[in-house]
Design a protein around this ligand. Structure first.
Ligand code: GLC
Length: 439
């Protein structure tokens, strides 16, 4: 089994078309509500953390509601944390007792999730971490992140790491065989010497590909998203994954490999500053900012995976739902400028916003109110077949204003009835003009 640029591009065809997905971080850590790293930031023992296992009872868990919210927001795929670093499984693994079916909830939460997501016609993704802060055979004392790092009690502990790897591989096999066709498998993450073959990655990938040849996989068997990994090299490794996964940072330009070919990538981003539920974190980005960032990703040939962290009862909080409904409002009118779109082959980034492009159609995303008509620098008047407002289809004329005479080489588009007047943009968040080009 070898990987190649061609295979990566083939597998990610739908993924690059869809552009926008929902990340869901949810597990026992929703109860303390201090983020999904709480066990290790507060250096809790398994015993201390077990209170959350005992209390876990998400009575309002309704993945159909999550799926509906994602779909309404224009998201095309969803990725749920089947298992996070704390080791707790939202699925009915036969290899551990540390799973949702053994809590008060008694349910295989992953099963209900995949059914609900598929029922809405969305693509199904599962996040699975390579790390495990519960398993007895995961490194502790010398590990960079383990809750028991530096704890003398574990200094001379002898572990059987291969036993852990067998366990981890077995669980991945359960996920790729028991839940039907998966569209995305989102591995988290490698660090220091814990990377690649340390995970027996070659073997792991061969097993996954045997069951799910088309599943799209991220690059974190090699990185934590802070580096590209071999996906950008001449010869991607078999576990290079299919896309680069920058986290909380939007790449300044699109990503290319050593031959200059574009590499699929996906920005994963939180709404506030936590992946897991944190009721005290009120530092939400505005929906305007997030909509702009989605456009920016697409304008650089990337995707955006926007996170929600449902609460301990299984509910996506009001702040997050409000952001999703703002996406819904904007995407309902403008999603054509997102799906199947990418970087413009014609024009560089304009001063007032971004371009996205699909074939012979250019989408001008106007973030900043222009004074007078809109300058479409670099495009000649006779290249434009027709221009219209994307949200309502109304015509947009090439401006013929006395004010633009001095800038004759620049094409201007009129935003209202009088070419030299300034009109408030119909959508203050992002007004999109669809520019259809002549061949
Ligand atoms: C980081 C964090 C993890 C989170 C992930 C999402 O790697 O360790 O908690 O799930 O990012 O990309």
């Amino acid at each position: 089994m070898t990987n190649s640029y061609e295979k990566i591009m083939k597998r990610t065809e739908w993924f690059r078309e869809d552009r926008f997905g929902m990340f869901i971080h949810w597990g026992l850590y929703a109860i303390p509500g201090r983020g999904e790293w709480v066990k290790t930031t507060e250096r809790m023992t398994n015993e201390e953390y077990s209170q959350y296992f005992d209390a876990f009872n998400p009575v309002d868990y309704d993945p159909k509601a999550w799926a509906k919210a994602a779909k309404a927001a224009g998201m095309k795929y969803v990725v749920l944390t089947a298992k996070h670093h704390d080791g707790f499984c939202l699925f009915d693994s036969q290899y551990t007792d540390y799973k949702s079916t053994n809590t008060q909830s008694g349910r295989d939460l992953v099963r209900e999730y995949v059914d609900a997501i598929r029922a809405e016609g969305l693509k199904v993704g599962l996040y699975f971490t390579l790390i495990d802060w519960y398993h007895q055979d995961y490194p502790k004392y010398n590990d960079l992140h383990h809750p028991m790092r530096g704890n003398e009690a574990y200094k001379d502990e002898v572990i059987d790491f291969d036993n852990y790897l067998n366990y981890m591989h077995n669980q991945v096999e359960e996920l790729v065989t028991n839940y039907g066709k998966l569209d995305i498998l989102w591995f988290d993450f490698s660090y220091e010497q814990m990377t690649g073959e340390k995970w027996r990655a070659e073997e792991l990938m061969a097993m996954v590909r045997q069951h799910q040849p088309d599943v799209v996989i991220d690059n974190r068997l090699e990185t934590s998203g802070e580096a590209f990994g071999s996906i950008v090299s001449d010869q991607p490794s078999n576990y290079s994954g299919d896309f680069f996964s920058p986290e909380q940072l939007l790449p300044p330009e699109g990503i290319t490999n050593s031959k200059g070919q574009p590499i699929p990538w996906e920005l994963c981003i939180t709404m506030n500053n936590n992946w897991g539920y944190n009721p005290r974190d009120k530092d939400y980005k505005s929906s305007k900012t997030l909509i702009h960032k989605l456009v920016e990703c697409v304008s650089k040939n990337g995707n955006m995976l926007l996170n929600v962290g449902p609460d301990a009862k299984g509910v996506i909080n009001e702040e997050s739902m409000a952001i999703l409904s703002d996406f819904s409002r904007w995407m309902n009118k403008n999603s054509e400028s997102i799906y199947g779109c990418g970087k413009s082959s014609l024009l560089p980034k304009p001063e007032w916003g971004y371009y996205t492009q699909k074939g012979n159609t250019l989408y001008a995303h106007i973030f900043d109110q222009p004074i007078g008509p809109l300058a479409v620098a670099g495009l000649k008047k006779d290249q434009i077949r027709r221009a219209s407002m994307l949200h309502d289809g109304s015509e947009v004329k090439v401006a013929d204003a006395w004010t633009t005479k001095a800038f004759d080489s620049v094409t201007y588009l009129e935003l209202g009835g009088v070419s030299h007047f300034t009109y408030p943009l119909p959508d203050a968040v992002n007004t999109v003009i669809k520019i259809e080009l002549n061949d």
